[in-house]
Design a protein around this ligand. Structure first.
Ligand SMILES: *Cc1c(COP(=O)(O)O)cnc(C)c1O
Length: 399
């Protein structure tokens, strides 16, 4: 076998796996806020919340400083406390489980389905105990989790469903937008997500009592609602009724969010186009497994993940990853199963807990996917992946 250096880079500039798309309108929207009276708790926040609620078809939306803060608030609103158990997936960003720990609860990891990479409802069922209070399913890569089954299980056991839709703004499940279905749904506006506010997050819900708790938690546990006050010292009086945080989004962020929201449908359209180009390019390659196209769900394609079959290649994922990086293709891996991190290992979670997630993790590589990619960029990725596969395929010479 020849040295790996025999692969020439397919491109000179580095192509990141994810990136924000900012135009002149976005810049102007931020400048306008900076010149206005309110940098925070102003009109842009209310407008952004209202527009996200309308977009997903939910009654309420509450903006947060980031998606992780939003998840924390949702755990609070769901009543998660000391020793409560909350079931989530290991194949996610650490925040999906950390938010349970913030409330003193225990994250419980259920294994994923090998085809969809989302939580397997049957595995969820096996993990339910008398201490289970909620579930945090994740719409991994933008592909909605099978919400019908998740909600059915939740109803049977009286659990709150907090959907982590950080990847899934604009995705639909059985014709309904993600964000209108679960008890609470979280969106993130980190720069790699469908739209950005720099940092930012949102919870959407149809339940007034969750809405009110989320708003209060976001601002120190303080209320100014005269009807809710336990005491009243006078017109200046406000009241802190539980321990909350300062998790507010600024109007600067919300203005960027409002401007980005105008482009969301275009962004998703482009993401879908790119995903289709990848699907077409790799569909006949025996060495890789393509992401499942939704039947119940329509993905807004936050991530495009290829699985490299270890039995069909001479090398492991690490070599493929390194070679693609050398060709200036910014690949990534989503995700390291959360409980394998040293912090979780110290808490007592053990390797082997979710064998499907661990196996899938070993074979996954995330390809670049963001709306500012040109067709040439997409072609570069395809060329680079094909080159690497051809170099290491056990089917060499057949194709
Ligand atoms: C991005 C992300 C989060 C956290 O959102 P932040 O806005 O970065 O705090 C949570 N869960 C998942 C699955 C994510 O991808």
């Amino acid at each position: 076998m020849k040295e790996s250096s025999d692969i020439e880079p397919v491109r000179d500039s580095f192509l990141p796996y994810g990136r924000q798309f900012i135009d002149q309108e976005d810049i102007q929207a931020v400048i306008n806020v900076l010149k206005s009276d309110y940098l925070t708790t102003g009109p842009e926040i209310h407008r952004f919340e209202k527009r996200i609620a309308e977009y997903v078809g939910a009654k309420y939306a509450v903006a947060f400083s980031n998606g992780t803060a939003a998840l924390h608030a949702a755990c609070f609103a769901a009543g998660i406390q000391q020793d409560d158990e909350v079931i989530t997936t290991p194949l996610t960003f650490a925040a999906s489980a950390n938010c349970v720990l913030y409330q003193g609860g225990n994250p419980v990891f259920a294994d994923i389905d090998e085809q969809t990479y989302n939580l397997d409802p049957e595995e969820v069922r096996k993990k339910i105990t008398s201490k289970t209070k909620a579930m945090i399913p994740v719409d991994f890569t933008g592909q909605p989790v099978c919400l019908d089954k998740i909600i059915e299980i939740a109803k049977e056991h009286d659990l709150v469903v907090i959907e982590d839709a950080a990847h899934a703004l604009g995705s639909t499940y059985k014709g309904k937008k993600v964000g209108s279905i679960s008890d609470m749904t979280m969106f993130s506006f980190h720069p790699v997500k469908q739209i950005t506010t720099g940092e930012g997050g949102m919870i959407t819900t149809n339940h007034k009592e969750y809405y009110e708790k989320l708003v209060q938690f976001r601002s120190h546990g303080i209320t100014r609602d005269r009807e809710k006050l336990m005491n009243d010292h006078g017109p200046w009086y406000y009241e802190m009724q539980h321990l909350g945080f300062n998790y507010r989004m600024t109007d600067i962020q919300a203005a960027l969010g409002n401007s980005q929201l105008n482009k969301l449908d275009r962004f998703i359209f482009r993401r879908r186009e790119i995903a289709i180009m990848y699907q077409k390019a790799f569909k006949d390659m025996d060495e890789v497994i393509l992401p499942l196209q939704g039947n119940d769900g329509q993905s807004s394609w936050h991530l495009f993940i290829l699985r490299f079959k270890s039995k069909k290649l001479f090398v492991d994922r690490k070599t493929i990853y390194t070679e693609l990086t050398k060709q200036n293709i910014g690949v990534n891996v989503h995700y390291i199963p959360v409980y394998l991190f040293p912090y979780y290992q110290q808490l007592g979670y053990q390797q082997g807990l979710c064998p499907v997630a661990e196996k899938v993790y070993e074979e996954m590589i995330t390809l670049p996917l963001h709306p500012s990619m040109t067709d040439e960029d997409v072609q570069d990725v395809i060329t680079a992946v094909k080159k690497v596969i051809q170099k290491y395929s056990t089917n060499k010479g057949i194709k």
